[in-house]
Design a protein around this ligand. Structure first.
Ligand code: GAF
Length: 409
């Protein structure tokens, strides 16, 4: 569903929930990372794209004129209440810590929307490794920008959202997910230099290919503790190599220092150094529409994440193996796990005219192998966070073609 169609639906859901029309509607996408995994917190490169799955918020000033932001979710989970007149701290329900952290960051910058009634509807699958939390954070920041009319610089906005995740959700993530949710551009991948925070938009215009996102529908528990452990191992490797971060290390220097570090630390560093190189090569391959090369780099990335970085799991390996068995002759160029790992999704580069058949076969073989239903979908690279409706701008009304699209002012 496009974000405009989803916004139309959320406007109606807001009206049902609160008994009036929303004044603001904003949307922020999830992401799939095409290549460059576990490189962001090593100052390396990543190459994600925003997907056509969104967190959407509709809002109005709070009915009671007070200073509380109330966020309800369409699923009916416990709503979040944030009192702006008191210091904002992490609390319960836990899902509210993402918006709490972002609102705290915005208030610290003088972006104070006052009390709001908000309805959230997200189509980014939870636990799918597709950045549902970054979408929620960036959506919240975009709502506060829309309500106050104060615009954050995009880099500052992404960093504010990352800080919210560190300090309020307790997840020591890198910067990739928030950056792509803010800066995604339709039909482009984002080549992000995680050291300088500079970006290049890499166009994907070849109509002959598509990306399939396959959600394994498993999320293994150890994810969070293991993520922090990987970060620490990378820092240990950089220290032994005498460089500020693994971005500055070479494969040769690592090989020469092999005797000075534990084998596990060596393998973590080998993944990161190789993955940074693969990411830059893949960006060149995409620019040249050299899909067989990009596909090989994706497989190499997966094997390195599986064997050296040890963040894959048997379900993700099964999805990649199934895609590999279909192979180039069946229309698959390459496949890999995407995101933090230990479950979540894979991304597979396929020939467009074979995509429907590949999707069917992958779902059937995965079910046969694991007993689990995968959720597989195609996504174009989507645009980043956007304001759909605000005084003077109503994209739904401008689109005009939706039967239900006209919103009351
Ligand atoms: C998670 C993190 F949030 C990202 O910052 C990144 O490190 C990714 O895992 C692995 O590439 O999505």
């Amino acid at each position: 569903m496009s974000y405009l169609d989803l916004a139309v639906q959320v406007a109606q859901e807001f009206a049902q929930a609160y008994g009036r029309h929303p004044r603001w509607i904003v949307a922020a996408p999830g992401r799939v990372n095409v290549i460059g995994e576990h490189t962001d917190y090593n100052d390396g490169f990543v190459l994600p794209m925003a997907i056509e799955r969104y967190a959407v918020m509709a809002a109005d000033k709070s009915a009671d004129g007070g200073s509380t932001i109330q966020i309800r979710d369409v699923s009916g989970v416990e709503p979040v209440l944030i009192d702006l007149s008191a210091p904002i701290k992490p609390g319960s329900p836990k899902w509210g810590n993402y918006p709490r952290g972002v609102i705290a960051g915005c208030l610290a910058r003088g972006i104070n929307p006052g009390g709001l009634d908000v309805l959230l509807h997200s189509t980014v699958p939870l636990g799918g490794g597709l950045s549902s939390s970054a979408a929620l954070e960036v959506c919240t920041a975009t709502l506060l920008e829309a309500v106050t009319g104060k615009k954050l610089d995009p880099v500052e906005k992404a960093l504010l959202c990352q800080k919210a995740e560190h300090e309020f959700a307790g997840v020591p993530c890198g910067i990739m997910d928030q950056f792509i949710s803010v800066m995604g551009r339709e039909n482009h991948l984002l080549l992000l230099d995680c050291r300088s925070c500079t970006t290049q938009q890499v166009p994907v215009t070849d109509p002959a290919v598509q990306l399939l996102v396959s959600n394994s529908n498993v999320k293994h528990e150890l994810a969070n503790g293991e993520y922090a452990k990987r970060r620490a191992q990378c820092e240990a490797a950089a220290k032994i190599l005498g460089v500020p971060s693994l971005r500055d290390a070479t494969a040769e220097a690592l090989e020469n220092a092999r005797g000075k570090m534990e084998d596990v630390v060596f393998r973590r560093a080998r993944h990161v150094i190789g993955e940074i190189e693969r990411t830059l090569h893949a960006a060149e391959g995409i620019r040249a529409s050299n899909w067989p090369t990009v596909g090989q780099l994706m497989y190499a990335s997966h094997f390195s994440l599986r064997d050296d970085y040890e963040v894959s799991c048997k379900e993700l390996d099964a999805l990649v193996e199934i895609a590999g068995n279909i192979g180039i002759s069946g229309g698959v160029f390459g496949s890999r796990m995407t995101g933090g790992g230990f479950g979540g999704s894979t991304v597979t580069l396929v020939k467009r005219d074979a995509a429907a058949e590949i999707k069917k076969q992958m779902a059937a073989d995965y079910k046969k192998k694991t007993g689990i239903e995968a959720a597989i979908f195609v996504s174009r690279p989507a645009g980043g966070a956007t304001v759909v409706k605000v005084a003077g701008k109503d994209l739904i009304a401008q689109a005009g073609s939706h039967a239900t699209g006209r919103l009351d002012p």
